[in-house]
Design a protein around this ligand. Structure first.
Ligand SMILES: O=P(O)(O)OC[C@H]1O[C@H](OP(=O)(O)O)[C@H](O)[C@@H]1O
Ligand SMILES: O=c1cc[nH]c(=O)[nH]1
Length: 508
């Protein structure tokens, strides 16, 4: 059928078809169609929504993201056809039934993901199937290669290219803000691409956006790295492994990170930027992605094997993840803490030690420091202010203010202090509950929202002393978080009354 285009300025995928045209084509709400720009032959698959008023008969409404592929103007002629059922759906069903996907089947799925030929619900089915029936190492390799092949790749003129990545899962894990400038200050190159929050309350890309732009093309990532030695950008904007962000968007509401997708997501980004020396941070602890050391070692072996298959040298660091890294959770609060350390603060110890350990491994792998000497070198690059200088250059090249200070960044204006109800030692900090609380307060979308911890596990507190402060950009979110905090009780002090169960006996 031939129709006339009406652009609909909504940042979504899909088309709006008039009820009468839909009836004429025999198309129902939610059906898949193919739309073609006859002028240039560009085509896209889209899902139909039916309207009686927004698109008149003879007109096809096109949402903005779909039109990015078609490049059509209002009034242009457009062709619309019923689209066939993609083969991907058969392969997703195969995975649901516990089958093993071949290289070609995986590539077909990922191409359909990147070209928007499968819906969000169908993609969620693929992720769920892989979550329940985990991918084996062959399938993970196929997925990683498919994610790389469907995007752009960077080829640097010289080696080594160093990279680091954390699997996440532990709140407050802002170490990239020390590791990248330390590595850069050593003279090595680190083109760091990060995702936004997956299971957490602030991914590295969300944090970096407090300081500078994070959306760059692959070419720009290469130029910035060549110029200043490193960058911290959002992988979702680069067309480097473009399937990655689409998968992460579906994982975010469930707070899941399917193991096979996680391995592929991390390693595809490293491979595509041309990294040959990679350090992976695997936080291990209660209420993180990896519950114990045994599981952590297994995952480390999988990362190393995947690296070998792809021609990358990978070392993994199993890190303490029982409690948050440092004292802050949420974009602005974490950036403030990171800048303070770059500016010379000697605290918090957990954050500094973890960062220089990871940076130290990378320095040793690249031969900048002798085995066992990497951590001291990393500490030196941090204490001397050289890392801060590099961070300023990175912020500047990404369009931010290089002279920004930690004191310039203001966290959420709405705050609530949670105090110890009894004296005693802090005996528990629940990572997942802290993340839920920070998300309820608005993080990561509200950059000022989050949690500042005043006491960590093992600290002796007196009744009435502050345990943590909740921050929010909007008062209603703060109120919701306060309520949620009462239910979750993410920080426990020994001797604290956890709940009171009233008697069912009523006096007469
Ligand atoms: O939201 P959760 O699941 O905690 O983890 C996601 C975070 O972990 C990784 O950090 P980095 O890029 O190595 O700094 C990702 O890129 C992302 O920012
Ligand atoms: O980048 C990342 C980090 C953790 N898990 C993922 O799936 N991707």
């Amino acid at each position: 059928m031939k129709l006339v285009v009406k652009n609909i300025d909504i940042a979504a995928r899909g088309v709006l078809l008039n009820r009468l045209d839909a009836r004429g084509m025999g198309v129902m709400n939610g059906d898949r169609v193919q739309v073609i720009n006859p002028k240039n032959g560009l085509s896209a698959t889209a899902f139909v929504e039916i309207t009686s008023t927004i698109a008149q008969q003879g007109t096809l409404g096109i949402y903005r993201i779909t039109n990015e592929r078609l490049q059509m103007e209002d009034g242009d002629d457009i062709e619309i056809r019923e689209a066939g059922r993609p083969e991907s759906l058969d392969y997703i069903k195969k995975k649901m039934d516990g089958g093993k996907l071949t290289k070609e089947e995986t590539l077909t799925i990922i191409k359909d993901v990147v070209h928007d030929d499968i819906s969000a619900a169908e993609l969620t089915a693929y992720i769920t199937a892989s979550y329940i029936n985990p991918l084996d190492m062959d399938e993970v390799e196929h997925l990683t290669r498919a994610m790389v092949e469907t995007g752009e790749q960077i080829k640097f003129a010289s080696r080594p290219i160093v990279d680091k990545h954390s699997i996440g899962g532990v709140p407050g894990n802002k170490i990239t803000f020390l590791v990248v400038p330390i590595i850069t200050a050593s003279g090595l190159k680190i083109p760091k691409t990060s995702s936004r929050a997956i299971t957490g309350a602030g991914g590295t890309a969300d944090l970096m956006e407090v300081l500078a732009f994070v959306e760059f093309t692959a070419g720009e990532v290469q130029q910035m790295t060549d110029k200043v030695g490193g960058c911290i950008v959002w992988g979702g904007a680069t067309n480097i492994a473009p399937a990655d962000d689409r998968i992460i968007i579906q994982e975010y509401p469930f707070k899941i990170d399917a193991r096979g997708q996680m391995l592929a997501s991390v390693m595809a980004k490293k491979f595509a930027v041309g990294a040959n020396l990679v350090v992976i941070d695997i936080p291990v602890g209660q209420n993180t992605k990896v519950a114990n050391m045994q599981e952590g070692r297994k995952l480390a072996r999988e990362f190393i094997e995947l690296g070998e298959r792809l021609g990358m040298k990978v070392e993994c660091a199993l890190t303490y993840g029982d409690t948050p890294v440092g004292h802050s959770i949420g974009p602005k609060l974490e950036v403030i803490e990171a800048l303070r350390v770059l500016e010379g603060s000697q605290e918090p110890n957990s954050f500094i030690q973890k960062s220089i350990s990871i940076a130290g491994i990378a320095l040793e792998m690249a031969g900048k420091a002798p085995r066992g000497g990497g951590m001291a070198m990393a500490q030196d690059l941090l204490s001397s202010g050289k890392a801060l200088e590099k961070m300023k250059r990175i912020i500047e090249i990404q369009g931010g203010d290089p002279n920004v200070k930690s004191s310039d960044i203001l966290p959420g204006e709405h705050q609530f202090v949670v105090r110890a109800p009894a004296s005693g030692y802090v005996i528990e900090m629940n990572n997942r509950s802290l993340i839920t609380l920070a998300r309820t307060a608005g993080a990561p979308q509200d950059r000022g929202a989050g949690i500042l911890l005043h006491a960590k596990k093992g600290k002796l507190v007196k009744a009435g002393e502050p345990l943590f402060t909740l921050y929010a950009d909007r008062n209603w979110r703060l109120q919701k978080a306060i309520e949620e905090g009462r239910r979750l009780m993410p920080v426990l002090v020994e001797g604290m009354l956890l709940d009171r169960v009233p008697s069912s006996f009523s006096e007469i």
